[in-house]
Ligand binder design. Structure first.
Ligand code: PGA
Ligand code: ZN
Length: 420
């Protein structure tokens, strides 16, 4: 049993933002060849596993990844080549030990995660199984996740005045994956018409959502409700609901939130969210407060958890130990899951298991810098978590994930929708 690694190779490729990243190919003893593309974030948590960048100003303004590529083709390939592993867990722990740091900063989390993802895919190919099936824990029912389409972009993902980073539409009431994708595309088209009618720009932000010159989140939410209705859907949980990721760490300065022209305390922010939730069909709020504002996050959870889901991203960074801390504190009710935040597939699955054990929800996520790799679609299905965000229903690197989910639905009869 087990599998033998016969080759590991990385090349420097471009991500969707025209920045360098890695494509990693792993070859197994049975001739299997598997590839993975490494994503990259812009509004990152401070405790994330560390991406290795060259810092050579003469190449890509310092963002080249030839060092990380060299680590894959050198040290990592030497450590893995010719070795037989029992399972992915053993391979991932070999990578973790080889790196030797807490945050994968020596070899680079971008190097390590590429090898881990390619190896995971290789195991599925070698077993003749779809990837999601090999990522499915034995005690979990696989399911197709509700897609969260990011249709308006702000924050560090767009050059407009909008401080909130992501405004998503989530077809919670859709009967199938295919119908959910259709709803996302139809709402997106309706929103484009609305923006054009108001003379607002329909250019796109990093995740494929529109980036109109609007400052107030309430104005965007009003447009979203209008777009949902004009596309023929009911705004709310039985139709198309709204999810927000303000990514508040990005506008938290000197102990206050500098947002939409105001300076607000944590409690002012919480009140603002209460008003938003009362006025609009918001069902989920991610990073409503900054990553270091643990007290604020506990109060936010106390005040809003009976009405909406509270997702931690920058504060939790897919780290099983930090998620366990947040669970103990009562901060958040769900975790965003990004494989490259922690750096291996095995640790990502651990983070999701910690959430499940506490009754926490999970939302699998892309990064703002993406490749055409669809790994996260399979991760969402196999983990049975019921939620995924992969940007707008537009741009190849975003729709690749949604299209993969429709393909999985066509091939297998699996339940669709939120877990539990
Ligand atoms: P990032 O943002 O990929 O740019 O870090 C995504 C998010 O905040 O969820
Ligand atoms: Zn986020």
């Amino acid at each position: 049993m087990g599998f033998t690694v016969t080759g590991v190779k990385a090349v420097e490729i471009l991500d969707s933002r025209s920045r360098p990243t890695l494509a990693v190919t792993v070859t197994l003893g049975d001739g299997t060849v598997a590839r993975a593309g490494v994503p990259s974030g812009a509004s990152t948590g401070s405790q994330e596993a560390v991406e290795l960048r060259d810092g050579d100003p003469k190449r890509f303004g310092g963002s080249g990844v030839l060092g990380a590529v060299g680590n894959v083709n050198g040290e990592i390939a030497e450590a893995l080549r010719g070795r037989t592993f029992t399972d992915l867990d053993e391979l991932d722990h070999t990578l973790i030990d080889l790196d030797g740091t807490d945050n994968k900063s020596r070899l680079g989390a971008n190097a390590v995660v590429g090898v881990s993802m390619a190896a995971a895919r290789g195991l599925a190919i070698a077993a003749g199984l779809p990837l999601w099936q090999t990522l499915n824990p034995t005690d979990v029912t696989p399911r197709l996740p509700v897609p969260h389409f990011n249709v308006v972009n702000g924050g560090v993902h767009a050059p407009n005045d909008l401080d909130f980073q992501e405004f998503m539409v989530a077809p919670l009431g859709a009967p199938t994956m295919a119908e959910a994708v259709r709803a996302g595309a139809e709402v997106y088209a309706a929103l484009r018409s609305l923006l054009m009618g108001k003379g607002l720009a329909t250019g796109l932000g990093d995740e494929g959502g529109f980036a109109p010159q609007i400052g107030q989140p309430e104005e965007v939410l009003g447009l979203l409700v209008q777009a949902i209705e004009s596309a023929g859907y009911r705004p709310g949980r039985d139709g198309v609901a709204i999810a927000l990721d303000p990514a508040a760490s990005e506008f938290y300065r000197d102990g206050a939130y500098q947002v939409a022209g105001e300076t607000l305390s944590s409690d002012d922010m919480i009140t603002r969210y209460e008003e938003l939730v009362a006025a609009f069909p918001v069902w989920s709020l991610e990073d409503g407060l900054a990553e270091g504002d643990w007290d604020g996050n506990v109060r936010l959870t106390e005040r809003l958890a009976d009405r909406i889901q509270l997702v931690g991203d920058d504060n939790l960074v897919t780290n099983p130990a930090i998620i366990a801390k947040a669970i103990a504190l009562g901060a958040d009710t769900a975790a965003l899951i990004k494989v490259n935040q922690i750096g291996t597939v095995t640790e990502t699955l651990e983070a999701m298991a910690v959430c499940r054990a506490a009754g926490w929800a999970q939302m699998v996520s892309h990064r703002s810098g993406e490749t055409e790799d669809t790994f996260i679609a399979d991760l969402a299905v196999g983990s049975g978590c019921g939620q995924l965000k992969s940007g707008a229903p537009a741009r190849g690197e975003r729709v690749a994930k949604y299209n993969r989910l429709v393909e999985i639905e066509t091939a297998e009869s699996l339940p669709f929708g939120l877990a539990g």
